[in-house]
Ligand binder design. Sequence first.
Ligand code: HEM
Length: 162
Amino acid sequence: MNGINGFLGTRASLMLDVVFLAMFAIVPLLSLSLYCVKRRLRYGLHKRLQLGMAAILLVAVSLFELDMRLFTDWRARAAGSPYYSADGWSLVWASLTVHLGFAVPTLVLWIAVIALAWRRFPTPPRPASHSETHRVLGWLAAIGMTMTAATGWLFYWLAFAA
Ligand code: HEM
């Protein structure tokens, strides 16, 4: 096997397993953060949770990209899957395409939502003239992240667990 083997007992590499699990932390944290802002009006906690998630994702995704580019050939690890074909279109490739279709725009959106919120909300954070734009972009970013996680898990399962 190429790269370092993961710990979940599948064909995935260590960093694939780390990112797979990190997404299980992100989805509940995101729900908690939005609950804080909607029901309890705890804007400071919302801000800290969002920045915390962005930090986790930045580290995990950077290590993951390094691993994929330098150490791990995921195609070789997916070769044992009945849904993968080395020389043509397959369900694994289809799921990866859908996953990247969510992941790449969501990354750009998250950076934009944080940069705008950082500059346009007062400290400590509370509703301001930026609220309406932030609510629309924030919901798009949250839905994008949830879909990124769901499609990422599907790709992982098809490629490395099945
Ligand atoms: C990617 C990061 C973020 C996402 C996805 C996000 C998402 C959201 C969403 C969806 C809402 C609206 C909830 C509703 O429907 O009422 C919201 C509200 C809010 N967010 Fe964020 N947020 C992020 C980062 C931040 C940051 C960094 C700050 C502070 C600097 C912040 C401050 C606020 C405030 C003050 C509100 C309340 C706005 C209002 O209802 O008037 N957010 N956020």
